[in-house]
Every structure is written in C-alpha cells, then in structure tokens.
Design a protein around this ligand. Structure first.
Ligand SMILES: C[S@@+](CC[C@H](N)C(=O)[O-])C[C@H]1O[C@@H](n2cnc3c(N)ncnc32)[C@H](O)[C@@H]1O
Length: 203
C-alpha cells in the first residue's frame, strides 16, 4: 500500500471516530474517475471537511493542477491542512475559511472542475455564484443529490428534511433542464450529479 493510500485510510478512521461526514467509497471512486477523465488544472471544492475528497481530487487532477477549497469549520480546516501536508499536496491546495455563500461571490479566478459538497440546501445558490467563473467544458460534480433516496420519493422523509429535499430537487431540475449543462445523475453512494458546462466563458 502506498503512502497516500495509508493517509486516506487514516482519514476514513478519523472521520468515523469523530463523526465527520466524508464522501462514500463508491462516491470517491466516481469522483476520481470523472476527475481523471477531465484532467482539470483549476478545481474549486465547496466543503473541505478534513480534506479527504480534496486528496482524492489532488491525486486524480492534472499534475500541475491547483485546488481552491472552502470550509466554514476552522478546526476541520486545520486537520485537513495537516493531512494534506502529510500527503505532500498542501502546496497545490489553497484553503479558504468561511461560509461558501459569502466567499464565492468574492472569489477570483476560473475553474474547470467544481465539486459541491457543503450545505445541501444551498447547492443551487452555490452554482449560481460560480457560473461566471466556469470555463467552457467545466465539470460540476454535486454529492448527496438523492439524499437517502428521498429526492426521488419523499413519502417517508421526516418533516425536518423537506426544505433540503425541495432544494436538492430544484438543483437537479436546473442542471437537467438548463441548456448550458449536460447532466448525468448517478445513483452511486448518496447520489452524485455530474454536469458538463456547455456555455460560453463568462470571464
Ligand atoms: C459532507 S462534508 C464535506 C466532505 C468532504 N467533501 C469529503 O468528502 O471529504 C460538508 C462540509 O461542508 C461544510 N459546510 C457546511 N455548510 C457550509 C458553508 N455554508 N460554507 C462552507 N462550508 C460549509 C461542513 O462544515 C462540512 O465540513
């Protein structure tokens, strides 16, 4: 087993013990497949947690790739920074502490891959706020879009999740109907939407 694999296992153990939600194994595999195919050089990740998916992205992106990642929990960001340093990837990652909804409008630069994995009720807001930073052909990957299957059938969903479910449906509705996106919704893990941006550069 190589060093990076060992670090990923240590991160999975840390996430289990400390109850930090990280991408599922299946979801992680799909994330890496899509990233490896796209060979992005400028990635935006929304929702770093302890940097597990950041490391998966870093391993699959172009060798000269860079990742900007946003997380509102400062303690998690600190842990992510330690893990990414151990993996020798910290220099390729720029970490921003704060609420993504506030950070995104002020963000400069353009991106060829965006991974959305923060507040589930805010995905559409995040997407609207990154639209002007997407390069033509950019890939947008959103995790947990089927949210325990309730986005397809909410008859057994607890009341407290209704708003999140409604908003995830609105996200899927947008990326499947807007002509600037070609979207495939994978039933892998908790559901992952992979959208290819066909629009023009807005930058
Ligand atoms: C599911 S976890 C991310 C997991 C990570 N992408 C992975 O797979 O390893 C979601 C993270 O988003 C963060 N988060 C939630 N709302 C946020 C917001 N409005 N702005 C920034 N981060 C947020 C949470 O603190 C949490 O660490």
């Amino acid at each position: 087993m190589d060093k990076q694999q060992q670090i990923l296992i240590t991160m999975q153990d840390y996430a289990n013990i400390h109850m930090v939600p990280i991408i599922s194994r299946e979801g992680g595999r799909l994330l890496q497949e899509v990233t490896a195919a796209a060979k992005p050089v400028s990635i935006l990740e929304i929702g770093t947690a302890i940097g597990y998916s950041t490391l998966l992205l870093a391993a699959a992106m172009a060798p000269n790739g860079k990742i900007t990642t946003i997380e509102q929990d400062g303690a998690r960001l600190e842990i992510a920074s330690n893990f990414l340093a151990q993996a020798g990837k910290l220099e390729q990652v720029s970490m921003i502490a704060g609420d993504a909804g506030e950070v995104l409008p002020a963000l400069t630069g353009s991106f060829d891959l965006v991974f959305i994995d923060a507040a589930k009720g805010q995905y559409l807001d995040y997407l609207h706020k990154v639209m002007d930073k997407l390069l033509p052909g950019a890939v947008i990957i959103a995790d947990n879009v089927l949210f325990r299957g309730w986005v397809l059938d909410d008859s057994n969903a607890p009341r407290r999740f209704r708003t999140i479910i409604k908003r995830l449906k609105a996200y899927l509705d947008f990326v499947t109907k807007d002509k600037r996106f070609k979207t495939v919704v994978h039933h892998t893990g908790d559901g992952m939407a992979v959208s290819h941006y066909q629009g023009r550069a807005n930058i």
